[in-house]
Design a protein around this ligand. Structure first.
Ligand code: 3HC
Length: 287
């Protein structure tokens, strides 16, 4: 790892599962990270989650207690985007609402230094559209981390229409310095990861709806037959069924092909508030 490639001053917007995971990996590698969330309680929960995850890494003897304490010490909190006037890289990881992201990027464009790179962890919203609300489309890029962020090796680096080679290169090198494997993708709906993953999850839900097999049966087929670490229904519960539905809608609308139509059972589960692990119930029970 070349620490020169890592940004020294980073901010992560959104203290949820993805945001706190991203903050953790940057801080663990030496960046000073400001974690931003409008909700102070969410910030407290995010920082607590980082503490818990680091404790897990220490327990596995993959990091010393001293290094974990130093990583925690590099994380500061804020509820205001205006505090980010000295950041070199800002990674947005708020919920998947295009209007919210547009508002955040407009503000970031005003408060962040002109040289700062603005990245989004969006799973499916167009980087080109996000970039278009700023006056620095060449410095806007996708940094799509996978859940759980401290464990998963991939960063899908998404180039918008106007993203420069310089920005892409800096983000690719920083991702490698984080110990991740970056892969470059162009800005089309779902990029590569969710364009391939979501139809598989959707098809697993169709199998369940049509009674092809039980939920355990479907997951076991994919785990033991295809060596997936978890079955598609368990994975959907981890990602969040609402997130899966949103991404399928983006694929369906953006690519205009009915093969991406969300399964009615997925819609019904989301309507019932069964969102997966985060709500305590999805295809499986977590209570
Ligand atoms: N923080 C730190 N370490 C963690 C962790 C966390 N939050 N979660 C798991 N780990 C570590 C464990 O300590 C363990 O370490 P070890 O190898 O040294 O023992 C290792 O990861 C494996 O964890 P577990 O033993 O608890 O459990 P599993 O072996 O079942 O692995 C899993 C859990 C890593 C989640 C694995 O099941 C997996 O890879 N599942 C697939 C996840 C996946 O596909 N993610 C992508 C989702 S799609 C996405 O994010 C894109 C979005 O746009 C939708």
């Amino acid at each position: 790892m070349s620490s020169n490639d890592l940004f020294e001053r980073v901010a992560v917007i959104g203290a949820g599962t993805m945001g706190n995971g991203i903050a953790q990996v940057f801080a663990s590698c030496g960046s000073a990270v400001t974690l931003v969330d409008v909700d102070g309680d969410a910030l407290d929960r995010g920082v607590a989650a980082i503490g818990k995850s680091l404790a897990r890494v220490v327990k596995k003897e993959r990091m010393s207690q001293e290094d974990a304490d130093a990583a925690m010490g590099r994380i500061s909190r804020s509820t205001r985007l205006e505090d980010l006037s000295d950041r070199e890289l800002i990674v947005e990881a708020v919920s998947e609402r295009a209007d919210l992201k547009a508002k955040i990027f407009r503000t970031l464009d005003e408060v962040a230094p002109a040289s700062a790179i603005l990245a989004s962890n969006t799973s499916s919203i167009s980087i080109t559209e996000i970039a278009a609300v700023t006056g620095r489309a060449d410095k806007v890029i996708g940094m799509h981390f996978m859940n759980p962020v401290p464990v998963m090796k991939l960063v899908e680096v998404i180039r918008g229409q106007e993203t420069s080679d310089e920005t892409t290169d800096a983000v690719m090198r920083a991702s490698t310095a984080l110990g991740k494997e970056p892969v470059e993708a162009n800005d089309y709906p779902g990029f590569v990861s969710n364009r391939v993953l979501m139809p598989m999850i959707n098809e697993a839900v169709f199998c369940l709806m049509e009674g092809v097999a039980t939920k355990e049966g479907i997951d076991t087929v994919m785990k033991l037959g295809m060596a997936h670490p978890m079955g598609p229904l368990t994975l959907a519960d981890l990602i969040g069924l609402d997130v899966c539905l949103d991404i399928l809608e983006v694929l369906h609308r953006g690519l205009g092909d009915d093969k991406y139509r969300p399964c009615p059972l997925l819609r019904r589960m989301v309507a019932a508030g069964r969102l997966g692990r985060k709500s305590g119930k999805g295809f499986y029970d977590y209570e």
